[in-house]
Design a protein around this ligand. Structure first.
Ligand code: G6P
Length: 606
């Protein structure tokens, strides 16, 4: 959940390290730092806050070493201060770390008793002292790192450099991704291939438990037991994924506007547009006889999964068990033979989702995952990876990845329904046609920017906002509230519309906007009753619907229309107003839209 980079270069590496860190900021941006080998000894520069603060520091206090490591942090242990920023170091060794060292307290106690002085509140510092201790006892860098790795518990990735060793860097992967990059007389290390894209497209992904000794000529890779292993060198497509904001003010705005295109790409991967049928990949399981689907994910991906549950149960008539991954992994639900376990993840690296995947795999389930990063761990550990073709998503608040996840889930629901005979030719035609119309409808909606902006002005004055939805719109209410709170910091909660009277109604008064996601489907009239309950208490209704507000029968503050379309596709269409409302509210409030406080794009810790 932090970003790691390392370079064994042929010229000073500080600028390239910072450049690579910029591409890793999606992993965290609480603080940043780099360390280099300067004439045989280790030097570092660190700064609290965004990367630009570190750049400022390097202007006045440059580093000139040709060997260096860098880090951008999302704090887990210790406040995001300069003192806690990585790299951490002793005179002998400097370490950057992503993940959590679970037994750091024991190690700290043991090393403190041996005379080591800890300066930070981080778990990482235990790694520094452990390696230093080995080196002071006479071990070489490689042996000291191996001995330290044998003691470390948790999920982590490490990049390590040593005083007096200008042509050496050690990398280790246990639970957090790490890629090696091969250059000409240079070697690189990064949390992902995108970080290394400007330097090289020749990438080796370390596997679980691997550690590697890098020199400028290449890398020796070892497995957990210390045996030398060979890992394939692959050509990364990451360089084509390097992105900028185009004409947009924020990545989030750009990504919202990319949706018609990326949804089209994604759908065309799973639909046969010439025949109006579907061309879903073989999931390695007989879909006609699948007894249960187990679905798990985190954050926005979980809400996509929740929509998937409504779709699969309704159209394919298969029971779907769903839970957030952080619960499912420890709840350890019983798994029936012949089950399909489905995971949804933009990054493909989310620690809880990965752990739940492994639980289900060990339980004999057939594993499929809907991922945006095809080279990710979740993709690689699945029997079948179902890519979303959203392209890199940089804004922390997920938008286009969400609608692309919905697109794949919609196709999957049709695929299962077809296999089980619950969707006949006529219904398939209807559903596929509705899906193919989604990009066009979204294009139309995106032209209404001014309407969303006007409503966002009203939301920007609110302290609390409630989102309501019923049926397949309930997950959209949850996602709407999440979107708003994560980037505007306005307190927002999503509820099933029918639950309003069981508690949340107590919060409603004239100052509380209530965003109601209610497409014109068979549940619309039920939700109308809830809107009337809101209006009776003075609540300000903002209606997202394809139905006319005249049908509500009470005052509606604003109507954000969605096109009239098949109810099947309403979650894809309703996603647009909720994204736009959150985006414009955050812009009006002047928050950091793409990098909201305390959040990170990719969460590789529990
Ligand atoms: C983080 C991100 C969310 C995302 C969630 C799951 O919290 O900020 O936008 O929904 O992780 O991430 P994943 O990569 O598994 O979809």
């Amino acid at each position: 959940m932090c970003g790691i980079v390392g370079i064994l270069g042929s010229k000073p590496v500080a600028t390239d390290l910072v450049d690579a860190l910029r591409r890793l900021e999606y992993r965290g941006y609480d603080s940043a730092g780099i360390a280099t080998v300067e004439n045989g000894h280790l030097e570092r520069r660190r700064a609290e806050g965004k990367l630009r603060n570190l750049e400022g520091r390097l202007l006045t206090e440059p580093l000139n070493g040709h060997t260096g490591i860098g880090h951008t942090r999302w704090a887990t242990h210790g406040k995001p201060t300069e003192r806690n920023a990585h790299p951490h170091m002793s005179p002998e060794v400097s370490v950057v770390h992503n993940g959590i060292i679970e037994n750091y307290r024991e190690l700290k106690a043991e090393l403190t008793a041996k005379g080591h002085t800890f300066e930070t509140e981080t778990d990482t510092e235990a790694v520094v002292h452990l390696i230093t201790d080995g080196m002071r006892a006479g071990l070489g860098p490689k042996e000291a790192v191996k001995a330290a790795l044998d003691r470390l518990q948790g999920a982590f990735a490490l990049g390590i450099i040593f005083a007096g060793h200008d042509d050496m860097m050690i990398a280790a992967r246990q639970g957090s991704p790490l890629a090696l990059g091969h250059g000409k007389g240079e070697m690189y290390l990064g949390s992902d291939a995108i970080a290394l894209a400007p330097f090289t497209d020749a990438i080796t992904y370390l596997e679980e438990g691997d550690w590697a000794v890098l020199t400028r000529e290449g890398a020796d890779i070892f497995d957990r037991a210390g045996a030398k292993v060979s890992r394939p060198r692959v050509k990364s497509v990451a360089s084509s994924l390097l992105v900028d904001k185009g004409n947009h003010r924020h990545f989030m705005a750009k990504e919202i506007h990319e949706q018609p295109e990326v949804i089209s790409h994604t759908l065309s991967n799973y639909l046969d547009l010439s025949t109006g049928g579907i061309k879903f990949p073989d999931l390695g399981i007989d879909l006609a006889n699948v007894t249960r689907v187990t679905l798990s994910a985190c954050g926005t991906a979980y809400y996509a999964g929740l929509v998937g549950k409504y779709w699969i149960e309704r159209y394919a008539r298969v029971p779907v068990e769903i839970d957030v991954a952080s619960e499912m992994r420890y709840r350890e639900p019983p798994l029936l033979p012949g089950g399909l376990a489905l995971f949804v993840s933009q990054s493909g690296e989310t620690a809880d989702t990965l752990a739940t995947l492994r639980y289900c795999k060990a339980g004999g389930q057939q594993i499929a995952s809907i991922v945006n990063v095809r080279t990710s761990t979740i993709a690689r550990e699945s029997h079948t990876a179902l890519p979303t073709l959203a392209g890199p998503e940089i804004g922390v608040a997920s938008t286009k990845a969400f609608t692309c996840q919905l697109s794949v889930l919609a196709c999957l629901a049709i695929a299962i329904g077809r296999a089980r005979g619950t969707i006949d030719d006529k219904l398939q035609d209807e559903l596929v046609k509705a899906l193919t119309e989604v990009p066009r409808h979204i294009s139309t909606m995106l032209r209404n920017e001014k309407v969303y902006e006007d409503v966002a002005h009203a939301l920007s004055h609110a302290r609390d906002v409630i989102y309501l939805g019923r049926g397949v719109s309930f997950p959209l209410a949850l996602e709407g509230a999440l979107k708003l709170k994560e980037i505007s910091y306005i307190h927002a909660e999503g509820y099933a519309a029918g639950e309003l009277k069981h508690g949340p109604i107590a919060l409603i008064d004239e100052a509380v906007p209530v965003v109601v996601v209610a497409p014109d489907d068979e549940l619309f009239d039920k939700t109308v009753s809830n809107m009337q309950e809101v209006a009776a208490r003075g609540g300000q209704i903002i209606l997202i619907s394809s139905a006319s507000p005249d049908r509500v029968g009470c005052k509606v503050l604003a109507h954000l229309p969605i096109p009239k379309a098949h109810p099947f596709t309403s979650p894809l269409l309703c996603a647009i107003p909720i994204q736009m409302l959150a985006y414009h509210t955050a812009v009006i409030m002047g928050t950091d839209v793409d990098q909201p406080r305390n959040l990170a794009k990719s969460v590789t810790v529990e």
